[in-house]
Design a protein around this ligand. Structure first.
Ligand code: GLU
Length: 475
């Protein structure tokens, strides 16, 4: 799946954003929201949205997790313009830059052993200082470095500025500063030569000409280190925006305890990707009081100024409300095509009746596609006669007479539709001076096998003349 990086001219000023997940699990809701904001920002500026898979943690990265990310992005219809790029396929490039930095003196070999590093940390701790590398191997003008120990593979450290502050104007949080004394000389390559996490991110953002980085605020501490490395490379700095996390309804960090956290699980549960996008966008972003908007509106309105500084809260009830809205406003046949596979999965036949008409009947009261599928099973499930207890209770002599009369009148209908069938029901009730349940319950039992259904005339209209008369005959 390797794709060459596009050749870009240095002068290009187009907005370029990226979503850079580590494939260590499913695509969780927080990740999907980060992706959405990066995507919307790029789209708003007619820029480029890039997908980069940060798979250098070999122990925790899996091909399944990569697939879960790709599936989740595809489900939400957030197609990257470039990528996916895989960091594991860019190792040569990272090594090349490490070599350049060693040559330029912005990085250096460090031969301190694990024990020595531990001792430095311990010493800092006893002095009440932040545990950090003491600079033993850091080259300085006029300084003589220790003799290189035999048989020890060095790490490569970045020569971080030792004074001053690193500051950026965060697109979400505003100005943020770190004293450079707080930042260690970061290891950028391990003894075996493999590059470390922050280094790969920097080289990728540089090579991919990223102009705007939107990511979770768990990365705030990485940003000054990344900025310093970019500066050492003479690279342009992207703008950074750090998104506060998403909390569960109980105010705790969103996790499995709060239900599904993988976006694709929401597909399984019957949520529409359109609704999910709308809902996710409101987690930490706003446009006035607008709660419902299309994807196009999101793109048109998306602005980092309206990103929230405080944590967003996951609200399953609101998600259901948004989903119900999208279901209600969706065209019946479109809805039918999305529900059909769910009916099949339940062992039903989506072609058994006019599925679009069934959607029309059910959609005003459904919150999920799965509820629609459940409701449609009344029409699509293999025929199962009513429970014998129910039949014994409701199919008395009078019921049989009413059904026979209903069948006779219905058979004569010129047009088989809800209004006409309602007319027949009324006429039978009037003729026998009985109330609705006396006819409706036996009718439901005879025709659907169930005691409760949506409006019976509509149900009969959808089931169709042949089937209804045939079942009435059998009853
Ligand atoms: N790979 C990182 C993560 O999944 C994101 C890195 C970044 O956006 O800079 O948390």
């Amino acid at each position: 799946m390797q794709k060459p990086l596009p050749i870009m001219t240095k002068s290009s000023t187009a907005v370029r954003t990226r979503f850079a997940p580590s494939p260590t699990g499913y695509l969780h809701l927080g990740g999907a929201r980060t992706a959405l904001f990066s995507w919307a920002y790029a789209r708003h500026h007619q820029g480029v949205f890039i997908l980069r898979i940060e798979d250098t943690d070999l122990e925790r990265s899996t091909p399944e997790a990569v697939q879960a990310i790709l599936d989740g992005m595809a489900w939400l219809n957030m197609t990257p313009d470039e990528g996916p790029f895989y960091q594991m396929q860019r190792m040569d490039r990272y090594r090349e830059v490490v070599a350049q930095m060693l040559e330029q003196g912005t990085a250096y070999y460090c031969y301190s052993s694990r024990e020595e590093i531990e001792a430095m940390r311990e010493k800092a701790r006893t002095l009440g200082l932040k545990p950090r590398y003491d600079g033993t191997w850091r080259p300085e003008p006029g300084k003589t470095l220790p003799a290189i120990p035999a048989d020890r593979q060095p790490v490569v450290r970045f020569r971080n500025p030792i004074d001053g502050v690193t500051t950026w104007n965060d697109m979400v949080k505003g100005p943020i500063s770190f004293d450079n004394t707080e930042l260690d000389d970061l290891i950028i390559a391990r003894p075996d030569g493999t590059p470390t996490y922050n280094f790969c991110v920097v080289i990728d953002d540089w090579d991919m000409k990223i102009t705007h980085v939107l990511r979770g605020d768990d990365h705030v501490n990485n940003t000054p280190r990344q900025i310093n490395i970019l500066r050492a490379l003479g690279a342009d700095l992207p703008e950074y925006g750090h998104l506060p996390m998403i909390l569960g309804p109980d105010g705790e960090k969103l996790s499995k305890r709060h239900g599904a956290v993988s976006v694709i699980d929401y597909d399984t549960q019957g949520y529409l990707p359109e609704a999910m996008i709308n809902y996710l966008a409101r987690l930490g972003w706003s446009h006035g009081n607008d709660e419902l908007f299309t994807r196009e509106q999101l793109v048109e309105w998306f602005d980092t100024r309206n990103l929230s500084k405080s944590a967003a809260q996951w609200d399953p009830k609101k998600l259901n409300w948004v989903n119900a809205h999208y279901i209600k406003s969706m065209d019946n046949s479109d809805l039918a095509s999305r529900v059909a596979p769910r009916i099949l999965a339940q062992g039903g036949n989506p072609q058994a009746a006019d599925l679009a008409a069934i959607m029309g009947l059910l959609k005003d009261r459904a919150e999920t596609l799965n509820q629609l599928a459940d409701g449609a099973m009344l029409f699509c499930a293999p025929w199962a006669p009513a429970d014998s207890d129910l039949l014994a209770e409701h199919m008395d002599e009078q019921a049989v007479t009413l059904l026979a009369d209903f069948a006779t009148q219905a058979a004569e209908l010129a047009d088989w539709n809800t209004d006409a069938l309602d007319g027949v029901i009324k006429s039978v009730l009037a003729k026998h001076t009985v109330k609705m349940p006396k006819l409706a319950i036996p009718l439901r039992l005879a025709v659907t096998g169930q005691k409760q259904t949506p409006a019976i005339a509509t149900v009969l209209a959808i089931l169709g003349r042949d089937l209804v008369l045939q079942r009435l005959q059998a009853a």
